[in-house]
Structures are given as structure tokens and as C-alpha cells.
Design a binder for this molecule. Structure first.
Ligand code: ADP
Ligand code: MG
Length: 329
């Protein structure tokens, strides 16, 4: 059974960056306002996520990394705020099958923190009390120690590191009121530190993370409709941006996803406007009815399908085309 679980987990968690994505989402779901990530050897040696969220209750600790363990089902009645991407409660289970997981956590009701270690979905020893502050720190070590094939399929540490950093950058843009940090273990300077704060916007975060050169070329937009019901906000570069690679950051119902049809729809607006070899930088935050998202797509798989892709893509094209004309494209 362990072997089967390991193989299944290796299909779900294919690299440190996608484990990190799940862990960041957990921290955000816990209401964190500050999230600090530390990375060693591209995340393979160690991936550490520290948050100041609501923490994990003592009674939830033993089963934390078991499959289908989730505290979020009770929120399902609130469909507008939660998005049901397939199953729930699989991320920590999968991560614990491909690495050694240590969790330190403390809730507002606790008098001290608790620490527990997990492997293959199971708690290794009873949680023990330790010093700490409110929130959760999760450390995943030696990722794919038990899966040489998966390990070999990965790029160099520096490539995996870049992917990890990219995921943090994207969540920082999408969650500007949360302060994000990312650093290499042993490194003295943070590679990313967004300021957060209640009044911060995505544009502020972009400016801090990527600099003024990009930020000053961006226009913001919002397009929405009742039928099909959706809201899409975001920002994108105008005709003067000389970027050489296409950057398309797409969040659907607060999850970072890939969506081929939307990407192509956006690229089609820009290709007649931009000179050959130049590509746009686009950030899209789309909210759709969770019921219209294909629930057969696995939660940790990036590619997402949803109803009305084509209609939503067309509305977005019209909106972007209008802005490009206004900006002289
Ligand atoms: P899901 O997020 O789908 O519920 P996960 O496997 O990602 O499943 O997490 C399992 C459970 O562990 C969550 O439902 C949550 O209760 C708890 N949890 C995980 N990470 C955190 C965190 N950083 N802060 C608070 N609770 C957490
Ligand atoms: Mg989760």
C-alpha cells in the first residue's frame, strides 16, 4: 500500500514548486498575513514555509497527513468563497509520501506550540510541545528521497529554485495584502519580499517584485458579465512593452493555473499589435462559478478546464483590444 501511495504521490507532486503551491494555499486559507519561504537546493533538500495563520488544532495533528483529511469541507456551503478543484485533503498526504515533513504549529487557544513529524502519510511519534508563536511552520526535507526516477527527471537545483521563486512571486501578486518573503537557506538577502498591508494592490506588489520598468507599462482592467457569470480583473502591458517572452499569470478562483484557451485568446489580441519577437506580460484573476470548473482535474495539476471558456475569452479579448487601442497600439 505504501508503494502504491508513493507512486500516486509522485504523480501529484512532481517538483518542489508544485508542493510549494499547495503549501502557500494552505497558509493563505489559514488567514495568514505574513508568509516566509526558505529554500535549500531548489527545494529538494528543504522547503520551509512559515506563516502566522490560525494554526492547526491539537486533535487534528495525528491525521494531518492522511489522505482526504481536510478541515475545509464545512466551508462548502459558502460556494462563492471556496473553489472545489476536485478532491480535497490530498496535498499534505502526497507531500508526506515524497518527503519528510515536520510541522510546528500553534493556535490562538494554545499555551505553547506543538511539533510533529510525518512520513508516508503517518505521524511518526506523538506530537510534542515546543516553543513557538501563533501560526504554522511546515518543513519538507529530502524530497523524492524514495523516488529516484522522479528525482532524475528534474532540472538542476537552480532551475527548480527559479520555479519555486516564480510561484512565490505569483502568489504575492495575487495576494498583495499578505507579506511574502522568499530566501535561500544560508542566504543573507531575501530574493523576494513584498510589503503586504491592507491597502496594498497587485500593482504595488508587481512594482516591488519586478520593478518600475514593468509596472509603469501596465494598464489595469476589469471585465465581467452576468451570463455566463464571471469577473476578470488584472493588468497587462501595452504596445510599448518590449518583453521577449510571454508571461501569462492566470488565477482562477484564487488558484494559480494554466489555461491554454485563455492564454491563446490573450496572445491573439497582442500578436497583430506587437512587433515580431515581442510578447506581453499579463496577470489575470478570474472568478467563475465553482460549479463550472471541471472537477475531474486533479487539485495539484495546473491545467484547468471550465465551462464558457470561449465566451469569457472573447469578452476578455474585446476588453484588452480596447485598452491597446487607447494606448496607441
Ligand atoms: P486541504 O487544503 O484540501 O484541506 P491539505 O492536505 O492541503 O488539504 O491540508 C490538510 C489540512 O491541514 C487542511 O484542511 C488544514 O486544516 C490543515 N493545514 C494545512 N496547512 C495548514 C496551515 N498552514 N495552517 C493551518 N492549517 C493547515
Ligand atoms: Mg491544501
Amino acid at each position: 500500500e505504501t508503494v502504491i501511495n508513493r507512486i500516486a504521490a509522485g504523480e501529484v507532486v512532481v517538483r518542489p514548486a508544485n508542493a510549494l503551491k499547495e503549501l502557500l494555499e494552505n497558509s493563505l486559507d489559514a488567514g495568514s498575513k505574513r508568509i516566509a519561504v526558505m529554500v535549500k537546493a531548489g527545494g529538494l533538500k528543504m522547503l520551509r514555509i512559515e506563516d502566522d495563520g490560525h494554526g492547526i488544532r491539537a486533535e487534528d495533528m495525528p491525521i494531518l497527513c492522511e489522505r482526504f483529511t481536510t478541515s475545509k469541507l464545512r466551508k462548502y456551503e459558502d460556494l462563492s468563497s471556496i473553489c472545489t478543484f476536485g478532491f480535497r485533503g490530498e496535498a499534505l498526504a502526497s507531500i508526506s509520501h515524497v518527503s519528510h515533513v515536520t510541522v510546528t504549529t500553534m493556535t490562538a487557544q494554545d499555551t505553547c506550540a506543538r511539533m510533529a513529524q510525518y512520513s508516508d502519510g503517518k505521524l511518526k511519534a506523538p506530537p510534542r510541545p515546543c516553543a513557538g508563536t501563533r501560526g504554522t511552520t511546515l518543513v519538507a526535507e529530502d524530497m523524492f528521497y524514495n523516488n529516484a526516477t522522479r528525482r532524475q527527471a528534474l532540472g538542476k537545483d537552480s532551475i527548480e529554485h527559479a520555479r519555486v521563486l516564480e510561484v512565490v512571486q505569483r502568489y504575492a501578486i495575487h495576494n498583495p495584502t499578505v507579506s511574502f518573503g522568499c530566501r535561500k537557506a544560508g542566504g543573507s538577502v531575501a530574493e523576494l519580499s513584498s510589503t503586504g498591508g491592507d491597502s496594498a494592490t497587485s500593482l504595488d506588489a508587481i512594482s516591488v517584485i519586478y520593478g518600475q520598468n514593468l509596472a509603469k507599462e501596465l494598464f489595469s482592467f476589469k471585465v465581467s458579465s452576468e451570463d455566463p457569470s464571471f469577473v476578470c480583473r488584472g493588468c497587462a502591458t501595452g504596445p510599448n512593452w518590449t518583453g521577449r517572452s510571454s508571461v501569462m499569470i492566470i488565477f482562477i478562483n484564487n488558484r494559480l493555473v494554466e489555461c491554454g484557451p485563455l492564454r491563446r485568446a490573450v496572445e491573439a489580441v497582442y500578436s497583430p499589435v506587437l512587433p515580431r519577437g515581442q510578447h506581453p506580460w499579463v496577470y489575470l484573476a478570474l472568478e467563475v462559478d465553482p460549479a463550472t470548473i471541471d472537477v475531474n482535474v486533479h487539485p495539484t495539476k495546473m491545467e484547468v478546464q471550465f465551462l464558457h471558456e470561449e465566451t469569457i475569452g472573447q469578452r476578455l479579448q474585446e476588453e484588452l483590444a480596447k485598452h491597446l487601442r487607447e494606448h496607441g497600439g
